[in-house]
Design a protein around this ligand. Structure first.
Ligand SMILES: [Fe+2]
Ligand SMILES: [Fe+2]
Length: 285
């Protein structure tokens, strides 16, 4: 049940993936990625899940000097994206947080946030990070209204936040370095499962409107699509986009019931060990 942090790897000349995968019984293995853009003003995209703690910080330190980070692009406020945020604001005193007003607002109930370290960004705006511009965009699917993905205009990498995620049947697939290597007959239903749970509104969505949003994303011709919850998409963008086009007609997914939770927890119960029966002591009277 614990997240597993794997070796960081390059998904392009200027982009490193910090990959985690999280086995969820009854669901599958969910990739959870953060990324570093090796711009002249280095950018971290999302900050891992809190359960990783210092392991995430150590992994990040292995690929960039943390004190040199200038930007932390927070795609949204969900806890699998904000785990090390406050810690990194301490370790990277020059870093500013790029995110939406809604994301900050939704984090404030957790405690004060240093608003002087924030630069708000909205879909359609660009941010210069030294040797490139990052263009903010709204991914076609999202689970938070705060979501802002981004396109690196120099490398062509597109960071799609939760869009294109998939719970995969085995750790090896979740830890793969290319989504292209996951068999299509496995990837497609896993994508639909993710989309209909994480963006459950999609089963009520207008297929034409969703199709237009997907066309707009594909029209950007990204060199790689980096989802927070899927290995990098290098060559199979047409296929994963085609799968998402089908999601408005998918069946809504009911929530997990208490009976299912009980059955799940029963599976975690330690098996009783065969113990010697206690011998009855003689009672002396
Ligand atoms: Fe999310
Ligand atoms: Fe997420």
């Amino acid at each position: 049940m614990d997240p597993v942090l794997s070796e960081p790897f390059r998904a392009g000349p200027d982009t490193t993936v910090i990959p985690t995968h999280w086995p969820v019984p009854g669901v599958g293995v969910i990739p959870m990625n953060a990324f570093v853009v090796h711009a002249s003003e280095p950018v971290l995209v999302d900050t891992g899940t809190a359960a990783l703690g210092e392991d995430f910080v150590d992994a990040l330190a292995s690929i960039v000097a943390i004190e040199d980070l200038r930007w932390i692009w927070l795609t949204h406020e969900d806890r699998d994206h904000t785990g090390s945020l406050r810690r990194l604001l301490e370790l990277a005193p020059r870093a500013r947080v790029l995110t939406s007003f809604m994301a900050i607002g939704r984090m404030l109930p957790d405690g004060p946030f240093p608003l002087d370290r924030v630069r708000l960004v909205n879909p359609g705006e660009t941010v210069n990070v030294g040797d490139r511009n990052l263009r903010a965009l709204r991914p076609p699917l999202f689970d938070s209204p705060a979501t802002v993905g981004l396109l690196d205009d120099r490398s062509g990498a597109l960071f799609s936040s939760d869009c294109f995620g998939a719970p995969l049947p085995e750790p090896g697939m979740a830890a793969a370095r290319r989504a292209d290597d996951i068999p299509p007959e496995v990837l497609a239903p896993s994508q639909v499962a993710w989309a209909t749970v994480d963006s459950s509104w999609v089963t009520m969505a207008d297929p034409v409107a969703l199709g237009s949003a997907l066309d707009a994303l594909a029209g950007l011709q990204p060199s790689v699509v980096l989802s927070s919850h899927l290995p990098p998409v290098h060559d199979c963008l047409d296929r994963v986009v085609a799968t998402l086009r089908t999601t408005p007609s998918a069946d809504p997914v009911p929530g997990v019931t208490q009976a299912e939770l009980k059955a799940l927890l029963a599976g975690f119960e330690p098996q009783p060990e065969a113990r010697p029966q206690p011998t009855k002591e003689k009672v002396h009277v």
